[in-house]
Design a protein around this ligand. Sequence first.
Ligand code: ADP
Ligand code: MG
Length: 260
Amino acid sequence: MRLQIENLSYSYGEKAAVDQVSLGVGAGEFVGLIGPNGSGKSTILKNVYRGLIPDSGKMILDGKDIQTMSYRESALKMAVVGQENEVPFDFTVEEIVSMGRSPHKKLFDIDTPRDKQIVHHALEHLGMEHLAKRSYLHLSGGEKQRVLIARAIAQESDFFVLDEPTNHLDISYQMQIFDFIKRLKVTVLAAIHDLNMAALYCDRLYVLKDGRVTMEGKPEKVLTPQTIYEVYGVRSSVETHPVTGRVSITFLPAEIQSKE
Ligand code: ADP
Ligand code: MG
């Protein structure tokens, strides 16, 4: 396992947002965290990328306790696309993506031609070179999200931590970004809102409810009408898709349920 989380707990106040969660991500695996709003997905990821300090538990990345790493060391190891995407100052798109290079450098080092090339390529891959000089703050939500993915790519890390990375994006960009990350063959831990996307791209899923892991396994094992009902309270029909070979979920409106 590249990442092993053992008995992680975290509370913002009285109630545990994450309660004794254990999970693992193997080398090259694409692991998804699914579960309703408020089930603790973002809190787990924030503990992993050191936005929060755990109340208890252990997180081992590549054999080393994340909490004993220097911030630079963990920043080199993990590329993060979090959910709070606001930056406090008015940077250009190019400047934001260049920040992906900073863990590789010393303070006040200037960008080398290689850094510039990596930044350019990352922007190009996401179809954003034309926005390089634009102000980040004035972009749409979807464009901001793509800039942050470009920054993660410019970081050249092989471990990605993603919190609903395609949240604001239309379907073409959602597919483009997941396809792109898949092609990078990096190890991924991602909170994914959309169950069909999770089914298409994840090797393995952890289901969260009320801060606990309630189930773990391959998408076809986890994404059954029973589990979906237990976790989300929604009826669904699940089939193996003839083209993708992956499970495909259709959510059933109340009108159809009452006819059943
Ligand atoms: P998810 O990402 O699955 O939607 P979160 O990890 O954001 O879930 O939230 C888990 C729980 O922690 C929820 O009950 C949420 O209300 C609570 N929570 C999240 N962030 C904060 C915060 N900054 N302060 C207080 N409570 C929070
Ligand atoms: Mg969240």
